[in-house]
Structures are given as structure tokens and as C-alpha cells.
Design a protein around this ligand. Sequence first.
Ligand code: C2E
Ligand code: MG
Ligand code: MG
Ligand code: MG
Length: 277
Amino acid sequence: QAKVAGKNCYRFYSRAMDQAVERRVHLEHELRGAWERGELSLVYQPVFCLVDDAMIGAEALLRWQHPERGLVAPSVFIDVAEQSGLIETLGPQVLHAACEDAVRWQQLRPQGEPLFVAVNVSPRQLRSGDLPQVVAASLRETGLSADLLHLELTETAVIGDEAQASNLLTRLRGMGVKVWLDDFGTGFSGLSHLRRVPVDGVKIDRSFIADVLRDPDDLALTTAIIAMAHSLGITVVAEGVEREGQYAILRERGCDLAQGYWLGHPLPAAEFLALLR
Ligand code: C2E
Ligand code: MG
Ligand code: MG
Ligand code: MG
């Protein structure tokens, strides 16, 4: 009996695995050329300063409007792009488009405070080695001021060859670009990274913010991250602020910047421009 069940189980899992692999191969195939076909676009989520409640920039987030599947989440397709190497063409396209949009924002409000654009950079883009050239080209071609470009790297991107990562980040920062560590606190050795990897800021992962009002441990960790970052002279951003109470407590604890659904949802480029008007 057990043997039969085991066999069926095995077959079930194996079929499920085949389907997952098949789906990935499919997605990869369909993702090729998706940018050129206009299926991919950027949405922008505003980032606010907690001192004066002013919007000071926005994070660019990629969206894939698949012709049959509908909206595919970045958590699915970014991974496919990363594994397949597609990210090496897609990444520079995203960077260029985000810089172009950010130039438009400044043109719309010449008297206003400049708005930065934050672009996510995947581990593979970082490892490819030509990131400084790609960034320099985007800045040159669009005319965006380097200090208005923020690059968001995840902790996993800097794991491994920390010396090489540190070298690269130093070069990028030398160009005037800002570098943030994304999803901070979720890795195993976040603190030790900060010692070796030069960054301008950290984004506290939204899993900490989610329970900051209910879980004293999450509040303690969030408060500790803020204190530690400030003692190192770097900026702290909270992501995933969904309620007013979270915003209030983050401000009270001295967090510098925040983003989240309570403050503003990611908006298509045209709607974000309309918001600025
Ligand atoms: P991330 O960089 O940590 O981006 C934040 C994610 O949290 C976004 O999900 C955003 O829509 C979501 N979010 C914002 N505010 C809230 C909130 O209040 N509550 C909750 N529950 N979620 C909130 P999204 O757009 O699905 O992106 C997921 C991840 O995909 C990003 O995480 C980033 O790692 C990656 N990604 C997105 N666009 C790009 C890209 O252009 N290049 C690369 N390499 N990765 C990207
Ligand atoms: Mg990010
Ligand atoms: Mg994040
Ligand atoms: Mg996250």
C-alpha cells in the first residue's frame, strides 16, 4: 500500500516539476523580445521624506503585460530573466528608460526639488562587470544628473566576491550615483556587509515593517537598524508602509525615507507624470 502511494507521490511530484520547468522555458521564450513588443513597462512608486512628508523620488518597478497570461509578477519573470541571462539586455533597457523618465520629471518642475529615480539591479548585472559603463551610457544619453540615480542592490548580489562588489560600488559612487542595499535585514550577514561594502543607504525589508506595530521584536530590530545605519552615516528607507501607524512610528524612531501603499502605489509612467503636474 505504502509503496504504491509512494510511487504515485513520486510521479505526481515529477510531473509537477516537469510542468514547472516547462513553464520556465516557455516564459523565457516569451520574455525574449517582450521589451521590443511593448509588453514590458515601468511603474513608479513615490518615496517620501519622513522629516517634511515631501515626495523626493520614486522607485522604478518593472511590469510585464503578457498578451495571454495577463500581468506577470516580477517575482516570477525577473528570476527567469536572471537565470537565462536575458537580464543583461533587459537591465540596460530598464535603466535607460528610467533615466529618461526622470529627466521628464525634472523638466516638469524646474523650480521644485529634484526627484531621484531608484532602479533595481540584479546580482547578475552586478557580476557582469560592465555596470559602470552601462550606467555612464544611460546618464550621458539621457542627460540625467548622476546624483538623481539610485541603484538598489540586494544583499545576495554582494555575497560571494565582496572585494569585487566593493570595487564596483566604489566606482559607481565615484561617478556620483547613489547605492542602496535593498531588502535589508533578510540576509544572514547584513551587518557584516555594511562593514565591507560601501553603500549610501539601506532599505529595511517590508517583512520587518509589516508587524512593526504588533511585534515588539520587529520594532526593536527596525529601531536598531536605523540607529546602526545612522552611526555609519547612511540613509534608511522603510519599504511596505501600509498604515498610518507604521509611518508614525518610523518617523518617531528617526527613519529617513519611506514608501508603501499607504503613501502611494506604483503608477504607470504617464500617471506618475500627471501626479507631478
Ligand atoms: P523590491 O525592489 O523590494 O520592490 C518592492 C516591492 O514591494 C514591489 O513589488 C512593490 O510593488 C511592493 N510594494 C510596495 N509597497 C508595498 C506595500 O505597502 N505593501 C506590500 N505588500 N508591497 C509593497 P514588485 O513590483 O512586485 O517587485 C518585486 C521585486 O521584483 C522587487 O522588489 C525587485 O526585487 C524586483 N524587481 C522589480 N522591478 C525590477 C527591475 O526593473 N529590475 C530588477 N533587477 N528587479 C526588479
Ligand atoms: Mg527595490
Ligand atoms: Mg525591497
Ligand atoms: Mg522586498
